[in-house]
Design a protein around this ligand. Structure first.
Ligand code: NDP
Length: 286
């Protein structure tokens, strides 16, 4: 039997309707949630990501600022801009789009951001909060994966969740969020021996490796929920995930497509974190 396709676009739209209502409620109290995105340099992919973030804010009525700095911007100038945003009451969250040019220390940049405005959830204070079960801002992509599971009615508690990949932006926070939701969690990496042994035992399988179609049909437990974070190009240059969608959809219970699965959720959760930050500043936070 074919899996239920988790429609990320439709779920993102549903979440955005909820966010618009929360934004309108804040605006009625005189607070417009504000997001700023700093981009340093001319990376074409980064430019597209940033443009999409600004567009999502505009659609939901948030205030947004797109700050473009040239590739040769000195580190001190960027840090001064961060300090300015840390103290700007119109801005409830901001991020510096990665990668930054080589002469800038990305770790220093990250540490300079006020954790209360770190809507990417990458500051060590927020990473620590997530690890200790006191989540403030969850990183947007794994948080979006949790929403996809929740909105699709996939139960997590007591289930075996296997996360393939351990990056700081996807794999590790994903595992922590699943653990927080009472799953039994296994993390697999490129060093895992007999990966299929673990993936075949997963009730929930989240894959974030950047290896096109590496999860094949025989690696998946019948009925499992499969979340594919990967964004790759196949041999024909077509966008594809880390999961062999056509084969796995015949085995899994639920599956996210690429494109149209996790991708649309990432930006939506960035807006969600910004709205939540604005709510916190006026004491109605949740
Ligand atoms: P990284 O390259 O930072 O991490 C990849 C992880 O996968 C590493 O932990 C690596 O293990 C592991 N890995 C690589 N090969 C294998 C293998 N053969 N078996 C098991 N594990 C393996 O990638 P990211 O986490 O940043 O991104 C992963 C994918 O998700 C990419 O395709 C990226 O484009 C996509 N992505 C999509 C987003 C979206 O919004 N849809 C957002 C962010 C990322 P090890 O640590 O041992 O090297």
């Amino acid at each position: 039997m074919s899996a239920q396709i988790i429609d990320g676009k439709a779920i993102a739209q549903q979440v955005r309707v909820e966010l618009k209502a929360r934004t309108d409620a804040l605006k009625a109290r005189g607070i417009t949630p504000g997001l700023a995105v700093i981009i340093v340099g001319e990376d074409p992919a980064s430019k597209i990501y940033v443009a999409n973030k600004i567009k999502a804010c505009a659609e939901l009525g948030l205030h947004s600022e797109h700050i473009v700095m040239s590739a040769d911007t000195p580190e001190a100038t960027l840090l001064a801009k961060i300090d300015e945003l840390n103290n700007d009451p119109k801005i409830h969250g901001f991020l510096v789009q990665l990668p930054v040019p080589k002469h800038i220390d990305s770790n220093k940049v990250l540490l300079a951001i006020d954790p209360d405005k770190d809507v990417d959830g990458f500051h060590p204070v927020n990473v620590g909060a997530l690890a200790t079960g006191n989540m403030r801002f969850a990183p947007c992509t794994p948080w979006g994966c949790m929403k996809l599971l929740e909105k699709s009615g996939v139960s997590i508690e007591g289930k075996h969740a296997v996360v393939v990949g351990r990056s700081n932006i996807v794999g590790k926070p994903m595992a922590l969020l699943l653990l927080q939701a009472n799953a039994t969690v296994t993390i697999c990496t490129s060093k895992t021996v007999d990966l299929a042994k673990f993936t075949r035992d997963a009730d929930i399988l989240v894959v974030a490796t950047g290896r096109a179609k590496m999860i094949t049909g025989d690696m998946v437990k019948p009925g499992a929920a499969v979340i594919d974070v990967g964004m790759n190009r196949d041999e024909n240059g077509k966008l594809c995930g880390d999961v062999d969608f056509d084969a796995v959809k015949e085995v899994a219970g639920w599956i996210t497509p690429v494109p149209g699965g996790v991708g649309p959720m990432t930006i939506t959760m960035l807006v969600a974190n910004t709205v939540q930050s604005a709510e916190r500043t006026q004491g109605s936070g949740k």
